[in-house]
Design a protein around this ligand. Sequence first.
Ligand SMILES: [Zn+2]
Ligand SMILES: [Zn+2]
Length: 380
Amino acid sequence: MKLLVIGLGQCGGRIADRFARLNKRGHALRGMDTLAGVFAVNTDVTDLSGLRTIKPDYKHRILIGAQRTNGHGVGKISELGAEIANEDVDKVIDAIRTAEGFYETDAFLLAAGAAGGTGSGSIGVLTSPFSAVNCASAVTRTQRGRETLRRVGSLSGGVLDCLFPRVCVGCGKIGDYICARCAAHLPVLDGPLCPRCGQPQVSGMLCPSCAAKLSPVSSIRSVFRFEGAVRNAVHELKYHNLRAIAPTLAAYLTEYARQREVVADVIVPVPLHPQRLRRRGYNQSGLLARALAESLATPVFMNSLKRSGVQASQARTSTMTERLRNVAGAFTCADASFSDKRILLIDDVCTTGATLEACAVALRAAGASDVFGLTVAREV
Ligand SMILES: [Zn+2]
Ligand SMILES: [Zn+2]
């Protein structure tokens, strides 16, 4: 197996340089080459020049954001690192693709420090092109100096249809994102639920909170409880750039919608705040909505519902009233084509339903005749 190593930022560059040195020794002592190429990407030209073993040409030591930072780095600002990586992603990919060993590559290893700056900001952005060629992210981060290898394995086939081994989010078994055994024990949310908000409700009648108010959402349903393997799966999708798991989760949404005969004219994902979208590079609910729309052969509107306003942390605002206040008015929709349409609103996790309700207010204001919320998981 041959690894192609890309070090991002000062810390990532040094790790990559260490890989290059080990490979050099392996070549000299045993005639072995375990690497297809080693690259360092940085916004600080001085950090690039400090590397010892990575080849000194511009194809192997790649300077990004030169116009923005004058080659002096991003000063620990991860957001700036992400922005620059977004602007210069083609430069990085072009350099790597034209490297000698590229077509011998079995796996990509991206390394970055997590302390904030070029590495932390750019790693999410730069793993995206590799995910786009249908491989899950192979991200190595150094956390407080500890180098942790994650998900590096062998690939089969050519590099463009490369596929990192799928690792079960429940038990770690290699083969699928959710292995058959874990799939049989997923925490399905069943039993009597409040017909409106979907919270477990022994009576099966409206819960006290729903009985006390009118809701813009006809009903909210979730396939699973937000726990165990499902929680891990959502975390991988959201925070570890494992976009490749989206179709697996969307398949559960599809199955649910088919079994319950959910009827919708249009599918809409809950949007991310633009700032967060820029940082993450993708909207996880958008990925789910797109895959679901494809299986149900229903149109999906990815950008009609917009999120604006100040993004306050949901974790710090725990009560339903606070959450409602927090998200009320945060969404707008100006799409005239929603008039008289039944909308299926998709999100990854439902906590209190406040976000879905706020979205529904905007969709109703745009003329939607009905809004039904469906999420992968629900906190109960
Ligand atoms: Zn498993
Ligand atoms: Zn309820």
